[in-house]
Write a protein of this length. Structure first.
Length: 174
């Protein structure tokens, strides 16, 4: 029979504990997706490119649409410089940037995708139409009458449309 020291079971359990902690740490901090920023409106990662005013957040939405795990973090680089770290692409996909604030500073706000106009108005034009039987004035033109156009009254009353004579450079004529 072989000889095993008494502390073997203790050592094996501590190795198992360290391995379990390492696996938990890896699960809590997965390797982030590396994204590259190019220009002011383009970001790409894993063969997917997004453009827009907030390209990193648009890329998060495109990555989720492509089937990537929403819990994955993302790091956006410009060259070798880390510019932005997104905790999870799922959180980034829910955000966009707006500058429509009272102080003019950009803010992260919830992202609301545009509705399909055809669904919201039943396939009709989104411009309000007049009900049948309503006549526009003038027909086919503007909705309000306009006064007639008259020539400018630059040179006096309407009967006198010729400009006044000015003295020539050679002297006054009489």
């Amino acid at each position: 029979m072989g000889y095993l020291p008494d502390n073997t079971s203790t050592r094996n359990s501590s190795i198992a504990t360290i391995a379990a902690r390492s696996l938990l740490a890896f699960a809590e901090h997965p390797t982030p997706i590396r994204a590259e920023l190019s220009g002011g409106r383009r970001c790409s990662a894993i063969g997917i490119t997004a453009t827009g005013n907030a390209p990193v957040l648009a890329l998060c939405r495109r990555l989720i649409e492509a089937g990537h795990n929403p819990t994955l973090p993302l790091e956006a680089y410009r060259g070798t410089t880390l510019c932005l770290r997104v905790r999870s692409i799922g959180e980034g996909a829910k955000l966009t940037v707006t500058e429509a604030t009272s102080d003019g500073k950009p803010r992260f706000v919830p992202h609301h995708p545009f509705q399909d106009v055809r669904d919201s108005v039943g396939g009709r034009s989104p411009v309000a139409q007049k009900p049948p039987g309503v006549v526009r004035y003038p027909p086919g033109g503007n909705s309000r009458p306009r006064p007639p156009v008259t020539p400018n009254n630059l040179f006096g009353p309407p009967g006198n449309r010729t400009p006044p004579k000015t003295p020539s450079a050679g002297g006054v004529r009489g």
